[in-house]
Write a protein that binds this ligand. Structure first.
Ligand code: FAD
Length: 322
């Protein structure tokens, strides 16, 4: 039962523990290991959600106690500049998957928002369920991938493509079902980036095809990743969005790739402190150890100004900056 918070003398952390469980709320938790860029950060309050109810209770608790709320999935697109995050940080470990409807040609699959994407890819490929195969190797969770509308570009495949509907919760704690159109998916965009609603669960419709075809597609995508991206390093993937088609045409370039522009601006391998522009893929920034926020800021400034100077383009961050 959720306790009343009025008239209580206990401090915020006691109240939070009342909402979320005595042993389950940690104070001043180091969250660096949960961020794939390994930038140093700690959370004032930290909670690991393992069920839908945990997520709902976390939203309700943060609202009742006036705490800001940050949900993180795999932390693979998050750059935290503030060393000490105030409020509640929720790491989404709600992992569940269920077939809702199945016929000869399609399957309707409900997947929890904390489900790891690569696990989902492997499991659906084996079953011959089409739609996620190009995302093999995409770090993070279903919730993060929907929030970002994560993509693969060879060929173009967005994570939100197969979504039918989703169960979401707003910051006031209201839960509802919305269909795909609500997300207004676009390149690196979903409407949730404006509303700040959280995905609880998502329902996808996947077509049944030959598993062998899907396996081949997923392996080709993974192979391309290996050839073009640095592996086994601390990074959050592509840091900047690709440029618009209008800018590409204006510049007479063959590609919209932000990495191409950064490379041609002579920045591959550029180092500030422990942060470095990957020599393999110029849109990947790598933390080589104990990277400090001030160094990352300097490196970003240098990248933006050199690209602006050469191409008159303002690069926009793809990553979510906190
Ligand atoms: C090596 C590497 C390769 C990558 N390759 C690609 C790629 O090919 N294509 C691509 O598009 N991206 C890529 N990325 C970026 C990143 O992996 C994706 O954007 C990923 O989908 C983010 O998911 P996440 O769970 O890690 O989100 P997080 O980084 O944890 O969070 C990102 C944002 O989503 C929000 N969020 C998380 N969960 C929810 C939820 N349940 N409801 C609402 N909002 C939520 C967070 O609050 C945050 O604002 C790559 C990153 C790395 C490190």
């Amino acid at each position: 039962m959720i306790p009343s918070i009025t008239g209580q003398k206990s401090d915020v952390s006691d109240k939070l523990r009342g909402f979320l469980g005595k042993e389950r709320v940690q104070k001043q938790k180091d969250i660096t290991p949960y961020l794939t860029l390994h930038n140093q950060a700690s959370a004032q309050y930290f909670f690991q959600a393992e069920s839908k109810n945990d997520l709902i209770n976390a939203v309700k608790a943060s609202r009742a106690l006036g705490l800001s709320l940050l949900i993180m999935g795999g932390g693979s697109n998050l750059v935290v500049f503030r060393k000490d995050l105030t409020g509640l940080v929720v790491r989404n470990q709600f992992i569940n998957k269920q077939v809702l409807v199945e016929d000869k040609t399609h399957v309707e699959l409900s997947v929890s928002s904390g489900y790891p994407v690569t696990r989902l890819v492997l499991e659906t490929v084996v079953c011959g369920w089409e739609g996620f195969e190009y995302h093999l190797g995409l770090p993070g969770t279903v919730g993060g991938a929907l929030y970002m509308n994560s993509k693969w570009t060879k060929p173009v495949s967005y994570f939100g493509d197969q979504l039918l509907r989703a169960e979401i919760i707003n910051l006031q704690g209201k839960i509802r079902q919305v269909d795909r159109s609500y997300f207004r998916f676009a390149y690196d965009y979903s409407f949730l980036q404006k509303t700040k609603e959280l995905v609880l669960e998502a329902i996808f419709c996947l077509k049944k095809i030959d598993p062998f075809v899907l396996k081949k597609r997923s392996e080709e995508a993974a192979q391309y990743r290996k050839q073009t991206q640095p592996m086994g390093v601390a990074t959050c993937g592509c840091f900047f969005k690709n440029i618009s088609e209008i800018d590409r045409l204006r510049l007479g370039l063959a590609t919209t790739s932000a990495g191409y522009l950064i490379d041609k601006a002579g920045l591959k391998g550029k180092v500030v402190g422990d942060f470095m522009v990957s020599p393999k893929h110029a849109n990947f920034i790598i933390n080589r150890g104990q990277g400090k926020s001030k160094d990352l800021l300097l490196l970003l400034q240098e990248i933006k100004s050199r690209v602006k100077e050469k191409y008159q383009v303002d690069l926009q961050e793809e990553v979510i900056i906190v």
